[in-house]
Design a protein. Structure first.
Ligand code: DC
Length: 225
């Protein structure tokens, strides 16, 4: 069974996808981590993220390893663990600059399909998982919340991790990424192909319960109540 969860930054989709995967006892694919890893490699190579030719060279040569467990994803670039390094603000900002580049998307979409084929049953999370990467998924969800709510959540996560940021910085970063990102997941809604969940006033536990309920309603959990 393939379940896709798409939506904007801070909509709660990463945590929801991870917890849903744990409930279903299947792996979880964090595709944002892959885009972040490429951005991290670009910054480490001191390449301008807007230089698509140089970025394409990097993306065609790096080795990207993902360890997709039910509760965690560890990411390595050319053997170096970057799991924590990819979560910083400079990497987030560079990620939204490299993510729209066709060569980057081509390589990562191929990688995601290859990983998916190996995993078989999994929950995947990103922006284009239901629309582009796994159009034949068994269930597709889009999680959403207002930019204010999402910024608040990200800010709390980042300060808990010891990052020195202001709420306004985080809000600006999220708002800037929204414009680019929405192009990936908006088509799912327009074509009425995904179930939309507004998570603004929901706890993560409620979100996961809602996702499970939807899977149950569709008869997808008959062997896995
Ligand atoms: O979900 P996240 O915040 O970790 O995503 C990081 C960035 O990668 C974000 O700017 C959108 C981009 N991304 C994408 O373009 N396509 C995906 N499937 C996943 C993430």
């Amino acid at each position: 069974m393939i379940i896709t969860i798409d939506g904007p930054a801070g909509s709660g989709k990463s945590t929801a996808a991870r917890k849903l995967a744990a409930r279903l006892e299947v792996p979880y694919l964090d595709t944002g981590a892959m885009y972040r890893a490429v951005a991290c490699a670009v910054l480490r190579a001191k390449v301008d993220p807007d230089d698509a030719t140089a970025v394409a060279r990097i993306v065609s040569t790096i080795r990207l390893d993902l360890d997709c467990g039910p509760t965690h994803t560890r990411v390595r670039i050319d053997g170096h663990d970057v799991t924590e390094a990819i979560r910083t603000m400079p990497v987030s900002a560079a990620t939204s600059r490299i993510a729209p580049q066709p060569e980057v998307r081509k390589r990562l979409v191929e990688d995601q399909r290859r990983i998916g084929a190996k995993l078989g049953s999994f929950v995947t999370e990103g922006r284009d998982q239901g629309s582009v990467v796994f159009p034949n998924a068994d269930a597709k969800f889009v999680l959403y919340a207002s930019v204010e709510k999402r910024a608040e959540r990200r800010f709390q996560e980042m300060t808990a991790d010891g990052e020195d940021v202001t709420l306004q910085d985080v809000k600006n970063n999220i708002a800037a990424r929204d414009g680019v990102d929405a192009k990936q997941w908006a088509p799912l809604l327009e074509q009425d192909r995904a179930t939309l969940l507004d998570t603004a006033n929901m706890t993560i536990a409620t979100v996961v319960d809602e996702l499970m309920r939807e899977l149950q309603t569709r008869g997808l959990l008959s062997d896995n109540p």
